[in-house]
Every structure is written in structure tokens, then in C-alpha cells.
Design a protein around this ligand. Structure first.
Ligand SMILES: [Zn+2]
Length: 85
């Protein structure tokens, strides 16, 4: 599996320079019960198609950003600093 990701700081780089941080999810519920907290932590969506994800450019600028990736083709459709996209 090899593809490229456009870091918002550094531009397009090979995927091995990055680390996947998991899907972007909504915030945890306020004052969750133990069951709600477990569901928030572990019931992650397994999307077939376009997914909004966290990535960090661990080999260079160490910036965390979000990316939209098509999980069927591993095509990164767009990237953005957190809060921009
Ligand atoms: Zn970078």
C-alpha cells in the first residue's frame, strides 16, 4: 500500500512519512456513563468510501492535520489544518 499525502506545511510526500491518527469523530458525550465512554472509544465507523481522518507528519514538521481519504482507492482527496476544513 503506497500513496501520497499533501501535508499542509510541506506539500506532497509519500505516505510512510506520516502516521495515521484514526477517523475524525464527534466529541465525547458530556458526563458519559462507563458504557457510553466505551462506545465512544471503541465503536468507530468502518467507512467504505470517503472518510475524514487524522494524520500527523511524523518524519518532518510533526503537524497534525485532517484528510479526506477514499478508503476504497487510498486516494487522499484533500487535507487541511485542523479547523479549516
Ligand atoms: Zn509536514
Amino acid at each position: 500500500m503506497s500513496f501520497q499525502i499533501a501535508c499542509p506545511n510541506c506539500g506532497v510526500r509519500p505516505v510512510w512519512e506520516f502516521h495515521y491518527g484514526g477517523p475524525v469523530t464527534s466529541s465525547a458525550p458530556p458526563n458519559p456513563t462507563e458504557r457510553q465512554w466505551g462506545a465512544y472509544l471503541f465503536d468507530k465507523p468502518n467507512i467504505c468510501g470517503e472518510q475524514h481522518e487524522w494524520w500527523v507528519h511524523r518524519s518532518a514538521c510533526k503537524t497534525w492535520f485532517t484528510a479526506k481519504r477514499d478508503t476504497r482507492t487510498n486516494t487522499v482527496l484533500s487535507t487541511a489544518m485542523h479547523g479549516e476544513g
